[in-house]
Write a protein of this length. Structure first.
Lengths: 169, 169
């Protein structure tokens, strides 16, 4: 038993500052499992996850990512790839489902995380070179994961602003 | 208290057959709340949700969606829009985070759901016309929601096939 799903969704925040404390292997595995069970169009599962712990590599990824500087501080980075050879139509969209599952699970395990988009062309090329990613694959994002060293509050638009009934208005 | 997040992620399946039983308003609201709290780039929240219960409209959406015929049978359809005026770069990607939160929450409340992509151009145009969606918005998908009339098992690729450590190989 970890945490209620609605509580998790409601309280999870993006965390960009991390404690200098390693993340246990079994927690990383539970996060990967959560990604594995994500839904995808026709169940094609067009994703691949690279777990990066090496500090030198994380520093290089942080630099390549542009604004994701905190990847150098999070003890774990999971780089998420999309595979056009498995799903030509949904290889960019479906890996997001896996990421959402992973960041919810991270939170439920007491970890903080932050989603770093790397689809900017030059960041993607740099990531591919650093991590020996095959030409055919796409880099979607990196997920920074670690024990949180900050607390964050969240703001969202009210339901009245984002929900309509029966038609748009 | 509804359900453990890891259990939810592990056991949720896509459901395409529904009982002829209405979905309570407060459950629909909890699902919308879960969508509302999704993360988005720069917290721009470029999404809008249209809750459709009307049976005639659901039949029209089912037809317009192509393969999402079961939208006519699910008592609720939530149509998810992306707003390029809020986020020019992530209006197609970020609404997926909201959908993932919504389908997990639906499952935790005893409901089944299925994600129906409608980004095919002719489906999207038909949805926009039917639901009076402004020209500037994009239709991402419809989420069918109802009490499940089927049980489904899931298959996923093993972790050994989708995970690498430190580099792709």
């Amino acid at each position: 038993m970890t945490m209620d799903v609605i509580e998790t969704i409601r309280n999870r925040r993006s965390i960009r500052r991390y404690l200098d404390r390693p993340v246990e292997d079994d927690k990383v595995e539970q996060i990967l499992e959560a990604g594995r069970w994500a839904p995808s169009a026709d169940n094609l599962q067009p994703w691949h996850f690279i777990v990066v712990r090496d500090g030198v590599m994380r520093q290089k990824l942080a630099q390549a990512s542009g604004w994701g500087k905190f990847l150098k501080d999070s003890p774990v980075a999971i780089v998420v790839l999309g595979d056009p050879q498995r799903s030509s139509k949904y290889h960019l969209a479906d890996p997001h489902n896996a990421v959402m599952n992973m960041i919810l699970t991270a939170y439920s395990l007491g970890l903080g995380s932050c989603w770093v988009d790397v689809r900017d062309m030059s960041s993607e090329q740099e990531f591919k070179k650093l991590l020996h990613v095959p030409k055919s694959m796409r880099v979607i994002c990196a997920v920074a994961i670690g024990y949180p060293a900050e607390e964050r509050t969240g703001r969202r638009r009210p339901l009245s602003e984002i929900v309509s009934y029966e038609t748009y208005e």
